[in-house]
Write a protein of this length. Sequence first.
Length: 197
Amino acid sequence: LNNQHPAARYLLDRHLDFRTLPASPYYVSDFIRNNRTFGPRVLFPVVIDNKYRGFQARALRDDQVARYLSAVGFKKSHLLYNWDRAKLQSQIVVTEGIFDAMRVGINGVCTFGKVLSDVQILLLQQTKASRIIILYDRDALDANKKAASALARHYHGGVYYGILPVKDPDAMGEQQLHEFLSAGLSSFNSTGLQRVF
């Protein structure tokens, strides 16, 4: 796609470079399911252990019906977006959505929602990362703490959760987000990283 294509413009407007994504996104001019049309979408393939497992499709406009749609049979609770790259890093950041994980970068994964499933915990147990941070949206603090506590019961390294100063990781600039993640533990309960013991 050239830079003027609607899908490319959508990614560029969100300050994302599709050349750095874990798998090249696809564009469909009209997503059709069960004889219903859902308009233009960007499809993000999900790959685990170098095997294609499905996709999540994002509407190009916020006013479209069903902003996110997934492949038929897509078991999101069994997958982590960007897993093959993130599992090699010393720190993994777990987010709710694909765009949040993209904002984090090479060590960001997403759970496709506010729940960290048992299967996703098993995946995270396989990593040699010394630190995992659960970084769900600011309005999901209870889910954030619950996911971090569930993971801490099974994980050999340090588990943290983050309380964001903004709505979600995608709303932060890349530098601001990386400063937030590298700042370490916060003594304030309003924002910052907290460790699960």
